[in-house]
Design a protein around this ligand. Structure first.
Ligand code: ASP
Length: 589
């Protein structure tokens, strides 16, 4: 046996036992003739000691060990002179009798410590070394744990895990596809799934009424904002359900995760908010409800006072920042610059300060009396000591800008504690989004999403104003300002699906070419069905209290979509290209 115990398990109760351990040398140091070695494996760190009067050969071996050498030691468990209460094994050490060097290591390019000296790039290149560090190990342990709980829960609810293919054809999630050329079918390409959407619906047609899969999805998007080109979903679908059934089932799943993984109790039932309320009050379809600071429309109060900027727009909105009336001119100027950044996109920022001494000061004093300003501040929900921030413009756009500002202020004021969890459902999304540029509707979720039953008349109307009002039978699971999951009740009727494609301006031929197989399947007794998918990487990151999903993926890609460890993507050789009958216009540098 290579080892009888791991480096994380020995305690005071093991005193006197003879053990064999194997692991990596975290560090070694000499102290008064004795050699101390920290031995590490996945389970922890155990201190080894080679006494000064030990066999000289043993002392020489101990002295020769470098960082990350792999060794096997035999020794006796002793009580430590100076205990380390910070380590689970801190009460004991191993008095080493023999050391067997299993493998040497060159000096690693960064320290394998919780606080490493390695920069991001070098750690990405040597990801397998980075993964030896405890924070990453804990992240992957958490991921494993959550996956396990998900499988347990869904299994207990009669869900079957069924795999669906990766080499498929375009899916309807609205991103760009990754494509794979087919050698056996020259000139033709597979697309990698953006999600298993069509397959899970076909499984419903096939009668597998509860499906799930922890599955890789591929979307060729620009990788801003902590996205990965391949990411993992907890993908689910159910038959013979209405929205309520789906929400209940998956609220149950999330509740179980919160309880079993974090020992956190979340409200039962979870709050629900319509998309319209979320936009109006939080300026976001994924509101962070850990803090208030809601948006308030002040259009009518702000207009008619000769301030042209407000008078010329359809919407003026405000938020009240608690206790910020004392912010200096410099600070409000900086905030104005901040909202003008392209990422926010506002044209300017107006403020009203409700000073502690009762006075009111604003950046538009010229146009408004103190009473006017107080009325606006009042409508914004401000009290004495607060700072009111006002943006204006087109309604949804301005609300979104206020929403971004609100979150930023939440960060600055420390109102977004990652240990506080405030999940909710967003429901009643618009089914369709009008795009001015292309003069057509797009599906807000995807084209298989059903309209709410009570909106069918609007859905079959030919007036744009009617179609804009149609609500989708769709829902998102939102946690702390992040969309963790989303789904919908699907269209299961070939006629309605046809209508949907028509509304989206997808011609019969195109619909047939892209989705003929599913439209056809719906003719063979498709049951009513619906489902959703959770972003598994993001669930893990938020449960771990982190913003970035990267540490929760064993081998992630960088912002350019590259895996710098294996150096991919990379060129392929001419023979491969020839076999695929592909000619390149350009060669990568
Ligand atoms: N396929 C959808 C997505 O990936 C989720 C769903 O509708 O079930 O967002």
């Amino acid at each position: 046996m290579y080892r009888t115990k791991t480096c994380g398990e020995l305690r005071i109760g093991n005193l006197g036992q003879k053990v064999t351990l194997a692991g990596w040398v975290q560090r070694s140091r000499k102290l008064g003739g004795m050699t101390f070695i920290d031995l590490r494996d996945r389970y922890g760190i155990t201190q080894l000691v080679v006494e000064a009067d030990a066999d000289p050969e043993l002392v020489a071996t101990a002295t020769s060990l470098g960082r990350e050498f792999v060794i096997q030691v035999v020794g006796e468990v002793l009580e430590r002179q100076s205990k380390n209460p910070k380590m689970p094994t801190g009460d004991i050490e191993i008095k080493v009798e023999s050391i067997n060097i299993l493998n040497k290591s060159v000096t690693p390019p960064f320290t394998i410590e919780d606080d490493t000296d390695g920069g991001e790039d070098i750690r990405a290149k040597y990801r397998y070394l980075d993964l030896r560090r405890a924070p990453l190990r804990k992240a992957l342990e958490l991921r494993h744990r959550i996956a396990h709980e998900v499988r347990n829960y869904l299994d207990s609810q009669n869900f079957m895990e069924i795999e669906t293919p990766y080499l498929i054809k375009s899916t309807p999630e609205g991103a760009r596809d990754f494509v794979v050329p087919s050698r056996m079918n020259p000139g033709q390409f597979y697309a990698l799934p953006q999600s298993p959407q069509t397959f899970k619906q076909l499984l419903m047609v096939a009668g597998y009424d509860r499906y799930f899969q922890i599955v890789r999805c591929f979307r060729d998007e620009d990788l801003r904002a902590d996205r990965q080109p391949e990411f993992t979903q907890i993908d689910c679908e159910m038959s013979f359900v209405e929205q309520e059934d789906v929400l209940e089932t998956f609220e149950g799943m999330m509740r179980t995760l919160f309880k079993n993984v974090l020992d956190v109790d979340v409200p039962n039932p979870l709050p629900r908010m319509s998309w319209y309320d979320a936009m109006d009050s939080y300026g976001s379809d994924k509101p962070d409800i850990r803090f208030d600071m809601r948006l308030h429309e002040v259009t009518s109060l702000a207009q008619g006072h000769g301030f042209g900027v407000f008078d010329s727009v359809p919407y003026v909105g405000a938020i009240a920042v608690p206790g910020a009336a004392g912010w200096s001119r410099k600070e409000t100027d900086a905030l104005t610059d901040w909202v003008k950044r392209p990422q926010v996109g506002a044209k300017g920022l107006v403020y009203i300060k409700l000073n502690e001494d009762g006075s009111v000061k604003s950046s538009v004093d010229k146009f408004y009396s103190t009473e006017d300003l107080k009325a606006i501040a009042d409508a914004a929900g401000a009290s004495v000591g607060d700072l009111v921030l006002i943006l204006c413009g087109e309604k949804r756009k301005t609300q979104t800008q206020l929403g971004v500002l609100r979150v930023e202020l939440g960060n600055r004021l420390g109102l977004r504690d990652p240990k506080v969890f405030a999940p909710l459902w967003i429901v009643d999304f618009p089914l369709l989004e009008w795009d001015d540029e292309t003069q057509r509707f797009y599906a807000m979720h995807h084209p298989f999403t059903a309209p709410k039953p009570e909106h069918l008349d609007l859905f079959y109307s030919d007036r744009k104003e009617d179609l804009e009002k149609v609500c989708a039978n769709a829902y998102d699971f939102v946690l702390n300002g992040n969309e963790l999951g989303g789904g919908s009740i699907r269209i299961h009727d070939a006629q309605m699906q046809k209508r949907m494609f028509e509304v989206l301006g997808i011609g019969e031929e195109e619909a047939d070419y892209k989705f003929g197989f599913i439209i056809n399947a719906f003719k063979f007794g498709a049951p009513p069905h619906g489902g959703l998918a959770f972003g598994f990487d993001r669930v893990c990151a938020l449960f771990g209290g982190q913003d970035s999903i990267r540490d929760y993926i064993a081998f992630p890609k960088n912002n350019q979509g590259r895996d710098v460890m294996i150096d991919s993507p990379s060129e392929i050789d001419d023979i491969q290209l020839e076999e695929l009958q592909i000619k390149l216009d350009t060669k990568a540098e």
